[in-house]
Design a protein around this ligand. Structure first.
Ligand SMILES: [Zn+2]
Length: 134
């Protein structure tokens, strides 16, 4: 699995209350450590799910190996999206991978579910310079 440089623009959306049907994440694989993210899939517009690695997890990309704190996934498009280290996904400078088929996608997700968690991490956006602190 080699991630490509992303060609997408990522948008976050936060819904208060009910998530519209057409934005609901599509997810059929039984997992423990993937949960709702605030990013919508750039291909289908549904909310993606994510998992957080307690220690940065290393992926292979066209630019070499990179270690990242979290990954975002669309179960409908079977795509995986990772930010560049130290950046938010919405910087649009990360990487993506589209699974070749359902089986490959499921295998990847089950593997990542074992090392992922639902616990957020802080101080992972060290390359972001214009963060507004509240
Ligand atoms: Zn999608």
């Amino acid at each position: 699995m080699i991630f490509e440089r992303t060609k997408y623009k990522y948008d976050g959306e936060i819904f208060f209350g009910v998530i519209p049907e057409n934005k609901m994440p599509f997810w059929t694989i039984p997992t423990n450590n993937f949960y709702l993210s605030s990013y919508v899939c750039p291909e289908c517009g549904r909310l993606m799910v994510k998992t957080v690695f307690s220690v940065d997890f290393t992926f292979s990309t066209v630019d070499g190996s990179i270690a990242v704190p979290r990954i975002f996934v669309c179960g409908k498009c079977k795509t995986l999206h990772i930010p560049s280290p130290g950046y938010k996904l919405s910087r649009n400078n990360g990487y993506y991978y589209k699974a070749k088929n359902d089986k490959e996608f499921e295998d990847i997700i089950i593997k990542l579910d074992l090392v992922g968690s639902r616990k957020g991490r802080q101080n992972t956006l060290y390359n972001e310079t214009n963060i507004t602190w509240y």
